[in-house]
Write a protein that binds this ligand. Structure first.
Ligand SMILES: Nc1ncnc2c1ncn2[C@@H]1O[C@H](COP(=O)(O)OP(=O)(O)O)[C@@H](O)[C@H]1O
Ligand SMILES: O=P(O)(O)OC[C@H]1O[C@](O)(COP(=O)(O)O)[C@@H](O)[C@@H]1O
Ligand SMILES: [Mg+2]
Length: 350
């Protein structure tokens, strides 16, 4: 069997470990020929790939980034999955002599995987994303690493913030899901955590910051990049803060909400405030041991699924088991922070 591997979307710590897991199992145990396409769908379209054998994946488990590269290059000519576009991907698949494709990606990539699978292509999904916004799995690999890095940033901001009696605002990634913010905030003991799912007013935020100051402490505020203010504050309410330009898929780039929030807190609460945007540091460097193990096991499970011919599935984490879940259970709905999880954290804000 000739099996292709492809990464799409933002990079996520653990992608290399997943490739290694799939190759060690696929090549050494099942006897597949495996190849990895460079830079996502670009390599697939251009026929640029790396043969994947034991040597190619040597020492990969602790390595951040991904040896194949990843991109947001669209799989379909014209960008949308029209019947003609799906047929052209299937034709390319045949021309490359492939028997199956492993797609390493987040919700966007797994949406594409579902479309290809519905069109009859033999595809298996491996769920990665620091955002953890993909259904059909308890956690995606990369998330634990991003949370650990954000929690460390909180620890560091706290000491400088307390020394100056300032309010420190830390912005983390996550698109429309507040998972990184929620977990990092809890791990770092943040005084409040703002997530896209649950807008808050500047008045409420300031009240929390003041109650922290009245206790003689300094506030550490974690804000997810997709957070929107509630209420009537002109200009900043109800909309996400975006940067100039669009990503490879044409979406506006999120980012900068901490810089909008900090002066508003200063104005309303009268507490000196500083903003830090953590940015791509969250995705860089070596994965945590948890992500290495999760990604390796996901790769192994994906190779086993190929050997059994269980196409059209994503290898998701359920409890402590990697289980194959149909794509339909993974995509179509973003996995966001549920009200109960936010309420649990919110009770301790301030
Ligand atoms: N509904 C869709 N139709 C066609 N292509 C899509 C669709 N959703 C995602 N894609 C393609 O898959 C890529 C990866 O998705 P993206 O959301 O960027 O990352 P991730 O898979 O990490 O969530 C996109 O950049 C785009 O090229
Ligand atoms: O690489 P870019 O274009 O700066 O992307 C930034 C976005 O990618 C992420 O880091 C990861 O998102 P995906 O996994 O969906 O690609 C988001 O948290 C963030 O909004
Ligand atoms: Mg995504």
């Amino acid at each position: 069997m000739r099996i292709g591997v492809l990464c799409s979307g933002g990079d996520s710590p653990g992608m290399n470990a997943a490739i290694r897991g799939a190759v060690l199992r696929g090549v050494d145990v099942h006897g597949f020929e495996m190849l990895g396409f460079m830079d996502g769908w670009r390599g697939f379209h251009d026929g640029e790939y790396l043969p994947l054998d034991r040597l190619a994946v040597r020492g990969l488990s602790p390595r951040g980034g991904v040896i194949l590269g990843t991109s947001r290059v669209p799989p379909f000519p014209g960008g949308r999955g029209t019947p003609e576009a799906l047929r052209s991907v299937a034709e390319r698949f045949r021309a490359l002599g492939l028997d199956g494709l492993l797609l390493i990606g987040g919700n966007g990539t797994q949406t594409v995987a579902r479309m290809l699978s519905d069109a009859g292509m033999p595809v298996i999904g491996l769920p990665k994303t620091i955002d953890n916004d993909l259904d059909g799995t308890d956690y995606t690999f990369g998330f634990d690493t991003a949370v650990s890095i954000a929690a460390e940033a909180i620890d560091r901001l706290r000491t400088t913030g307390e020394s100056h009696r300032r309010c420190m605002v830390l912005e983390v990634m996550g698109r429309d899901a507040g998972w990184i913010a929620l977990h990092a905030g809890m791990a770092g003991g943040a005084q409040l955590t703002l997530v896209p799912e649950f807008p808050e007013t500047i008045e409420q935020i300031s009240e929390w910051v003041l109650s922290v100051r009245d206790r003689g402490r300094s506030s550490l505020v974690v804000v997810a990049e997709g957070f929107r203010l509630a209420g009537s504050e002109a200009g900043a309410v109800g909309t996400q803060v975006t940067r100039e330009g669009h990503d490879g898929f044409g979406r506006p780039r999120l980012g900068g909400v901490a810089e909008v929030l900090a002066p508003l807190i200063e104005e309303h609460a009268g507490v000196e405030t500083r903003a830090t945007v953590l940015g791509h540091v969250q995705r860089g460097g070596p994965p945590t041991a948890f992500d290495r193990v999760l990604a390796t096991r996901t790769g192994i499970a994906a190779a086993d699924a190929v050997a059994r011919g269980q196409w059209g599935m994503m290898a998701g984490l359920r409890g402590d088991r990697i289980e194959l879940v149909p794509f339909v259970e993974a995509v179509g709905r973003l996995k966001t922070v549920p009200a109960a999880r936010y309420a649990e954290a919110r009770r301790n804000f301030g």
